[in-house]
Design a protein around this ligand. Structure first.
Ligand SMILES: Cc1cc2nc3c(=O)[nH]c(=O)nc-3n(C[C@H](O)[C@H](O)[C@H](O)COP(=O)(O)O)c2cc1C
Length: 376
């Protein structure tokens, strides 16, 4: 995939190129509770700040006079080659940003050939999203449920609909302590934004009919909270599906080692964008130790705080095999629907290519050999 030509780049300049500018522009576009929900982090925001400060703490020295006229940004993941190292992180409830929701996002991802991850708590169902981009690489993000049968049935539905991997999120067994949402008295699940995958789920509907839940939304809420989650569930998932499993939210090397023992096929180093547990180290600061213990046995993906092409460059240089983006594409969706998503992500891609060329590297492998220097 080549960087967009200069004419395209100039046209794009009417769109807020910088992450902070885009965030500010979106604040004017959508209702305050929706905006606060997307922007917000856990507690005092320490984890969010740590995420960003980690990026700021790294610099590098370029080695020049290498011909970089042909840059190859492709990566291979689970046997498939993708032209860029970008992946769409799972972000729930896209009706909060735009009526076109997740189908608009997956179409943008397909156009850019970047794998797409769909959240359990999507506004549209996994089948609807799959049919919006049937040929494109899609992963299904699983929140475990109050009962195993419901979680495993969602996995079976995802398999049947053509999703190519299961991302089990392990850092959201209960929702984080988010001051903004408390101030606004706003719970998007209570407002019905997360119904997509439950509306037609036979297990969920059976439980609803049998009076297990007070009402539909109560059922969704009860299943989203699953504090009993433990390693035996990962083993159960391993037995249930042949699809590759990624654990999302791994920060401690011991957890990475345990995941490998169980036969997990990939890890996502993530602080959930600083939305879940406050007081945690920056995701980028956790990455090198995870990369070290994994030693290339499975892919290590990364997210939390990638707000530019340069950020992606740094995460890849620290050993990430691919980078996942959350808030930026969601802001793109809020700002201009599918086109907005495409613009944000293609800007990130173009900046990554520019950074690689100016740093004197032409492939992700050579980028990964660049040494990052951390300020003390
Ligand atoms: C509004 C919002 C909703 C999210 N929903 C989910 C979700 O349903 N499942 C999940 O695993 N992660 C979810 N995430 C976390 C993202 O997958 C990702 O880890 C995070 O956004 C990365 O950080 P960034 O926003 O700084 O890029 C959500 C993030 C945001 C901002």
């Amino acid at each position: 995939m080549q960087r967009s030509n200069d004419a395209t780049t100039i046209v794009k300049e009417v769109f807020p190129v910088n992450f902070n500018d885009l965030q500010e522009a979106v604040e004017q576009k959508i209702p305050k509770p929706n905006y606060d929900y997307i922007k917000g982090g856990a507690g005092s925001g320490q984890t969010m700040r740590n995420n960003r400060q980690a990026f700021e703490s790294y610099s590098f020295i370029p080695q020049l006079l290498n011909d970089t006229s042909a840059v190859n940004t492709s990566i291979t993941l689970f046997g498939k080659t993708h032209p860029t190292p970008f992946i769409f992180a799972p972000v729930g409830m896209n009706l909060l940003e735009h009526p076109d929701g997740e189908p608009a996002v997956v179409k943008a991802a397909a156009k850019l050939k970047m794998p797409y991850s769909l959240s359990t708590v999507s506004s549209y169902s996994l089948e609807e999203v799959a049919s919006a981009a049937p040929e494109h690489t899609k992963f299904f993000q699983l929140y475990w449920s109050e009962e195993d049968e419901l979680a495993l049935n969602m996995v079976s539905r995802a398999e049947a609909a053509g999703y190519e991997a299961i991302i089990l999120t392990i850092d959201t067994t209960v929702s984080g302590w988010r001051e903004g949402d408390r101030k606004n008295q706003f719970s998007p699940i209570l407002h019905g934004y997360a119904k997509g995958n439950y509306l037609q789920d036979p297990i969920f509907l059976k439980d609803l009919e049998n009076g297990k839940y007070k009402d539909f939304v109560d059922g969704v809420l009860r299943n989203v909270n699953h504090p009993h989650l433990n390693w035996s569930h990962v083993e159960k998932l391993r037995k249930h599906t042949k699809l590759p499993i990624l654990l999302k939210g791994v920060l401690h090397p011991n957890d990475a080692v345990k995941a490998l023992e169980i036969g997990v096929n990939g890890l996502i180093v993530s602080t959930h964008g600083g939305r879940q547990l406050d007081g945690v180290i920056g995701s980028l600061d956790a990455l090198p130790n995870i990369v070290k213990v994994v030693g290339g046995q499975v892919p290590v993906l990364f997210d939390s705080g990638i707000y530019s092409g340069l950020d992606a460059f740094k995460a890849l240089a620290l050993g990430a095999d691919a980078v996942c983006v959350g808030r930026p594409y969601v802001y793109g969706l809020a700002y201009a629907g599918q086109t907005g998503v495409e613009t944000v992500m293609s800007n990130f891609y173009d900046e990554l290519v520019t950074t690689m060329q100016l740093a004197g590297v032409s492939s992700i492998e050579s980028l990964q050999k660049i040494e990052l220097i951390q300020r003390g």
